[in-house]
Design a protein around this ligand. Structure first.
Ligand SMILES: CC1=C(/C=C/C(C)=C/C=C/C(C)=C/C=O)C(C)(C)CCC1
Ligand SMILES: [Fe+2]
Length: 553
């Protein structure tokens, strides 16, 4: 049966396995790339959803395909490589999916009966999660890692995209999962948060810091060995910690939302035997609240006031900052967790065929939290006296404060900002426009001050999350350019790197590449000034060869 147009677009964009392009390909540039723009845009996302005869259920399950655009002297070179994770290698060797992902539970040995499967499983109280790091990147000193939401990250060579060592966070900090969205302070130290689910029933969220460089770097120690725990926040429920995808930071504080979208640990412990996915162990509890935890970065202490708001599901924090004794933070909020359902490949297919389960429309919400609460303030009074926002924080009894957000706008996700403004006052959000219809979507710039938008879009074009790169002499927040990888649902149209002026949204250049490019999730721009190519780590293969020659392990 011939595929309908919608089903064809779905296959091209989300379903079809993509071919990697490890040898650099020169792009055809139209327009003019600013000469100051020198560096590499790295992007990550799922590129392969079938292995042999087996197919993943969810788009977030796909095997990580890294791609990069190296921009030098007005020219662009493209390459892509599948992450050679242990997961990838095991799947390829078996020619089927043998490692479980978010939406797909896999069985390494299908010939085993249920009882022996149960035995195999029970011998591991906590399952060994996947190292298919398909979501984002993390810069840790000079090292670049790819990230997902389990306890594993993988080091990569950012120039060749080769896969280097597998790092288990558990060696350095007691967590079983961590976000794929770390933050960086002005010194380049990494801040992240993870969940510990095995510490004798003391389920907790752990905020940790990885220094930009190990003090004993000369001894070739990884900065990870100097990971410090900044604060541990006990989970409200020992058996169902919240799921979270990112968090917020200001200059002095960290914002963590304990939302009523929760992972059921007991369900997880029996998921393998029951033949269900990790995703089925996540549930949204609409009767619950969202708790707002504020941690002082200097002391590692939690602000004692109990802030909360209505139930919501936040994947991406945009930014946060302090203003006149208050902390303001902006998030992209959904009414429930249905976004994750939209990304089941079967649902994506339906969506493209026009029987769309309605795409949930996100809202940009600004919250304001008072950093010192007046104990004598009247119950019911608003503790926020800022002229800049209508967000309220209403005093309740027992040191509780109910936070009511200001609704800034609707219909955007995959937000990026000028990271020089992270944790500080800011005005612009660059994002992917989320429309109910018509698909495909646009890139936009939202001006929080004037509440106005600029948009870029073109027929059949699917942009990726726009990454902001400041001009070297930037004076204003939006002095810079935006980079987005554009994939077309029209197989006749080549994919390209789009370069926009971030101030005006004028198109500066495109770099077309005749390759099989995939839709991705997140990216990182590394300016050439940030690295010394001679210092890049050799590939795992080279390291293995060297250690087998010297007999070291
Ligand atoms: C494998 C695995 C997980 C993976 C989650 C993933 C891969 C989430 C991806 C989210 C994205 C891409 C969101 C975008 O907004 C969980 C649930 C942590 C539980 C433990 C096992
Ligand atoms: Fe994300």
């Amino acid at each position: 049966m011939p595929l309908s147009l919608g089903a064809c677009a779905m296959e091209v964009l989300f379903g079809r396995n993509k071919k990697e392009q490890p040898e650099p390909v020169r792009a055809k540039v139209t327009g003019k790339i600013p000469t100051w723009l020198q560096g590499t845009l790295l992007r990550n996302g799922p590129g392969k959803h079938t292995v042999g005869e087996t197919r993943y259920n969810h788009w977030f399950d796909g095997l990580a395909l890294l791609h990069s655009f190296t921009i030098r002297d007005g020219e662009v070179c493209y390459r892509s490589r599948y992450l050679r994770s242990d997961t990838y290698n095991a799947n390829m060797e078996a020619n089927r999916i043998v490692v479980s992902e978010f939406g797909t539970m896999a069985y390494p040995d299908p010939s085993k009966n249920l009882l022996s499967k149960a035995f195999t499983y029970l011998s591991h109280t906590i399952p060994d999660f996947t190292d298919n790091c398909l979501i984002n990147f993390m810069k840790c000193g000079e090292d670049v890692y790819v990230t997902t939401e389990t306890n594993y990250i993988r080091k990569i060579n950012p120039q060749t995209l080769e896969t280097l060592e597998k790092v288990d966070y558990r060696k350095y900090v007691g967590i079983n999962m961590a976000t794929a969205h770390p933050h960086y302070d002005s010194a380049g130290n990494v801040l992240n948060i993870g969940t510990s689910i095995v510490d004798k029933g003391k389920t907790k969220y752990v905020i940790f810091k990885i220094p930009a460089a190990a003090p004993d770097r000369m001894k070739r120690k990884s900065p990870l060995q100097h990971t410090e725990v900044l604060c541990s926040i006990p989970s409200r429920s020992l058996l169902s910690p919240s799921y979270y995808h990112s968090f917020g930071v200001t200059e002095n504080y960290i914002i963590f939302l304990e939302q009523p979208f929760k992972l059921d640990i007991l369900k997880m412990a029996t998921a393998y035997i029951r033949g269900v996915s990790w995703a089925s162990c996540l549930a949204f509890h609409r009767e619950d609240k969202t708790y707002i935890h504020i941690v002082n970065q200097r002391t590692g202490k939690l602000v004692s006031t109990k802030f909360y708001t209505d139930p919501m599901v936040v994947f991406h924090h945009i930014n946060a900052y302090e203003e006149d004794g208050c902390l303001l933070f902006d998030v992209i909020a959904y009414e429930d967790s249905s976004l994750y359902n939209c990304f089941y490949l079967a649902n994506l297919k339906q969506g493209f065929e026009g029987n769309s389960r309605i795409i949930p429309v996100p809202t940009l919400k600004r919250f304001a939290v008072p950093l010192c609460t007046d104990k004598n303030a009247e119950v019911g009074s608003n503790l926020i006296k800022l002229a800049s926002t209508t967000a309220r924080a209403l005093k309740e009894k027992d040191d509780q404060v109910y936070c009511q957000p200001e609704l800034l706008c609707e219909g955007l996700d995959l937000p990026r900002i000028n990271y020089a403004h992270n944790g500080k006052r800011y005005r612009y959000v660059f994002a992917f426009e989320v429309q109910r219809s018509p698909i495909p979507n646009k890139i936009l710039k939202y001006d929080i001050l004037t509440k106005s938008f600029l948009r870029w879009g073109e027929q059949h074009c699917w942009p990726s999350e726009p990454v902001f790169v400041p001009t070297p002499d930037a004076k204003e927040e939006d002095d810079g350019i935006l980079l987005s990888a554009i994939v077309s649902s029209d197989p006749q149209k080549l994919p390209f790197l789009l370069i926009l002026d971030a101030k005006t949204f004028a198109e500066l250049a495109r770099a077309y590449v005749d390759v099989d490019m995939h839709l991705d999730l997140h990216g990182l721009f590394i300016p050439d000034t940030d690295w010394d190519p001679r210092k890049q780590a050799p590939s795992q293969e080279v390291q293995d060869r060297a250690s087998s020659q010297t007999g070291q392990v």
